[in-house]
Structures are given as C-alpha cells and as structure tokens.
Design a protein around this ligand. Structure first.
Ligand SMILES: [Zn+2]
Length: 66
C-alpha cells in the first residue's frame, strides 16, 4: 500500500488514512498542496473548517434560548 508522509507530524500513513489539504494563501506562497494524517486533521483542521455556528448543537442551543 502506498504511504504518504504527514505534512504536520511527519508520520508515514497509508494513503487511505490521509486528508488532502489544499490551501490558497492568496499571497506569495500561492497554493499549498499537502497531505496530513487523520489524527492531525481532527486535531488542527477540523475545528477550523467546522466551526463556529455550523454544528447542530449550536443551532439547538440558539433556538432553545428564544
Ligand atoms: Zn500527522
């Protein structure tokens, strides 16, 4: 099985367990294209892309307060 090196922790992980990260910096660095392992994704990126306000929990709290 093909292995990818995690761009965050440097761990070698099976390709199927990687998350493809594509970042458009809009600056000198241009587009950063890398793979990170699922652990790093859940720790660092998931909170960024999934918050705030998009969770069902937040919505239910909001509607309950009215
Ligand atoms: Zn990692």
């Amino acid at each position: 099985m093909a292995l990818e090196t995690c761009g965050s922790c440097g761990e070698q992980v099976p390709f199927a367990d990687t998350v493809h990260v594509l970042v458009h910096t809009k600056g000198e660095d241009g587009v950063i294209d890398s793979y990170i392992c699922r652990d790093c994704y859940e720790e660092y990126l998931q909170p960024v892309v999934e918050s705030p306000g998009s969770s069902d929990e937040g919505a239910s709290v909001d509607s309950a307060s009215r």
